[in-house]
Design a binder for this molecule. Structure first.
Ligand code: MLT
Length: 421
């Protein structure tokens, strides 16, 4: 037991031996006894949540899903296999995976009435707004399976979300183009079905491009989870109130929407286009960033957790080269991105601040080469992140230690005063 003297008195708190032989203090006892608290904007300390899904070592640039390194998963796995791994904790057997895939294929159809729902939204709506509204609406169609404490309800909601969210995403895309929606073709794989819904037309059969399918699958896998990021924390916070899975995931989509989170890949492409259109060159832009000129922001660089190269960014950069070469696309924005990275990584300003490109830096260039409009980029991130959100929601619901979330507040306002008579 250790004794602490502080302005309000003294407190005793236990010293705990830890596994590696060192000792640590029991912060929760300390906080309860003394009322001391740390002002931690945005939960900088991620250990405020316990989880067994994803491991990140920001200093070393390591990312693992359920213990498996992200590069090995991206190379050898599929989106659905990775989804299973994140949600259920182990890699599926071939039979488990086939059954999972089959169940998802059987749930891709949307209720016909949802078509009128999409029709009612303005044609120029951002696809993220359309997606979050659509996912939220699912709880109006499946009222008989919304109980977070009922394992069967949780299971069917999991399948419905994995099956229907990509279809809604493609409808949001088609709507923005003023084109007719296609029905899913469930003889196709998950990824090819999604690509056909986006790029197929009523008039002609859709031709599968295996390079595109492989690249999209890889990008989605890289986005499947990232521990306590803003949208996942939102899903957990909303889910901690025992709100149903559709309501919680819709909240996560809204958190992902912003340019500081999922919207960053859209913002990167806008920035690269501005550099190109200004004609001033990358070096000049970097100077303006360093001088903190008003309105000049470097997007797609730096990460709250990674103080090293984001392991996902490395893989996305490789994919960018492969995809553009295979599709026979030349993009001056990719050249600008590479030049920007090379200049920044050789500059003391960026080195001392440990500012490296993050996962959003190259994804937009690839999505653009695939034919997706800029406003779909964040939607693609949402499809990627869906299995992670589901896994965290389910983990939180089954953890006996879960309580309704309630961030601690440090009151900084006026002291007590009399209301004027
Ligand atoms: C993510 O993948 O969610 C982003 O890198 C943001 C984060 O992890 O905080």
């Amino acid at each position: 037991v250790a004794k602490l003297t502080f302005p309000g008195g003294t407190a005793e708190f236990p010293i705990l031996p830890s596994v590696d032989g060192a000792s640590s203090i029991d912060i929760s006892t300390l906080t309860k006894q003394t009322g001391f608290t740390t002002l931690d904007y945005g939960f900088v300390n991620t250990s405020a949540t316990r989880s067994s899904i994803t491991y990140i070592d920001g200093d070393k640039g390591i990312l693992r899903y359920r213990g498996y390194p992200i590069d090995q998963i991206a190379e050898n796995s599929t989106y659905l296999e990775t989804a299973w791994l994140l949600i259920y904790g182990e890699l599926p057997t071939p039979t488990e995976l086939a059954e999972f895939d089959d169940r998802i294929r059987h749930h891709t159809l949307l209720h016909e009435d949802l078509k009128s729902f999409f029709d009612a939204l303005p044609h120029d709506a951002h696809p993220m707004s359309v997606l979050s509204a659509g996912i939220s609406a699912l709880s109006t169609y499946y009222q008989d399976s919304l109980d977070p404490r009922n394992p069967e309800h949780v299971e069917i909601s999991t399948i419905r979300l994995l099956a229907k969210l990509p279809v809604m995403a493609a409808y949001a895309h088609k709507k923005s183009l003023g084109q007719a929606f296609l029905y899913p073709d469930n003889s196709l794989s998950f990824i090819d079905n999604f690509l056909r819904l986006n790029f197929g037309t009523m008039a002609e059969p859709y031709v599968i491009n295996p390079v595109l399918s492989k690249a999209l699958e890889r990008l989605l896998i890289l986005h499947e989870d990232h521990e306590q990021n803003a949208s996942t924390s939102t899903v957990r916070l909303v889910g901690s109130t025992e709100a149903n899975m559709f309501a919680s995931i819709s909240a996560g989509i809204n958190a992902l929407y912003g340019p500081l989170h999922g919207g960053a890949n859209e913002a990167v492409l806008t920035m690269l286009a501005q550099i190109r259109d200004s004609g001033e060159g990358v070096e000049k832009f970097v100077e303006r960033v360093k001088n903190k000129e008003a309105g000049v922001r470097l997007m797609g660089f730096g990460h709250r957790v990674y103080k090293n190269y984001d392991p996902r960014a490395k893989l996305v950069k490789e994919a960018a080269d492969e995809v553009l070469a295979a599709l026979g696309v030349q993009d001056d924005l990719l050249d600008i991105a590479k030049e920007l990275e090379a200049i920044a990584l050789a500059d003391e300003y960026f080195i001392s601040r440990r500012l490296y490109p993050n996962v959003d830096f190259y994804t937009g260039v690839i999505y653009k080469a695939m034919g997706f409009p800029t406003r779909m980029f964040t939607v693609l991130f949402a499809i990627g992140r869906l299995p992670g959100w589901i896994a965290h929601w389910r983990e939180m619901q089954t953890d006996p230690a879960t309580k309704i979330g309630r961030p601690q507040q440090l009151y900084l306002g006026s002291p007590e005063r009399e209301f004027p008579a």
